[in-house]
Design a protein around this ligand. Structure first.
Ligand SMILES: [Zn+2]
Length: 233
């Protein structure tokens, strides 16, 4: 039986082991050293690796989820085009959310092991708003050089444990080249999350689209949670 602290940690409801990095971000204490090493290596190679998103709580994820489910936040197609909420079935709404946002309690960002990164010294202007979209991170995008460098590090096992869980389109979560995961802890966390854990916890949450989610639970668990790229090292 999993203890309550571990359960809450996995679900984004326990901040005990998180520590601040910079002014706006939290990471798990076991990730901080590797993060600083990666940052230094990037800096030594001319890239100011910066964090756009790190730890996210259950409550925050629930807000995003519910806003999308209720049409208060833009929904996107598989390829990222805006969708008209009014024309969508509940099923289509669910699929659109799952492609781009995690189910509350089941975001990898709950663990303090995940970061969405960009390159501060590649911003085209001081007031540029980082969007984390495919154009920015493609090889010829504004953060392309940083990501090519990160690819080399990851391939060569020189990335201090960081890898890309959403490196390619596997039909579930959209590819997110900006998203890095600290494998030594995130892989360990994943081993604790099986379908029973998924189903039982969702059953207890108060979130939009819960019944629809549960009715397709096993498929959704496989396609959107387990189905991601693994570290090459
Ligand atoms: Zn991310």
């Amino acid at each position: 039986m999993m203890n309550i602290d571990t359960k809450n940690y996995l679900l984004g409801k326990n901040q005990k082991d998180l520590v601040p990095i910079g002014q706006n971000h939290l990471l798990h204490r076991n990730v901080v050293e590797a993060f600083h090493l990666l940052r230094k290596l990037c800096r030594d190679n001319g890239f100011d690796l910066s964090v756009a998103s790190s730890y996210r709580s259950f409550e925050r994820q629930k807000t995003i989820w519910n806003e999308k489910a209720l049409g208060k936040r833009q929904l996107l197609s598989d390829t990222g085009a805006p969708l008209n909420y009014e024309t969508l079935s509940q099923e289509e709404i669910l699929k659109s959310i799952l492609r781009w946002s995690a189910i509350p309690g089941f975001s990898r960002h709950h663990w303090g092991t995940e970061i969405d990164v960009y390159c501060q010294n590649s911003l085209p202007s001081k007031d540029y708003n980082v969007m984390l979209i495919p154009d920015e991170v493609s090889d010829d995008g504004i953060f392309g050089e940083l990501h090519k460098f990160l690819d080399e590090l990851i391939e060569g096992n020189n990335s201090y444990g960081f890898f890309r869980p959403y490196c390619e389109d596997r039909g579930g979560v959209a590819p997110e080249r900006w998203h890095l995961s600290y494998a030594p802890l995130s892989m360990q966390n994943e081993e604790l999350i099986d379908f029973e854990f998924f189903k039982n916890n969702i059953g207890e949450f108060e979130i939009e689209l819960k019944e629809l989610l549960l009715s397709q639970g096993d498929e959704i668990f496989e396609k959107y949670i387990q189905n991601h790229c693994l570290p090459p090292f």
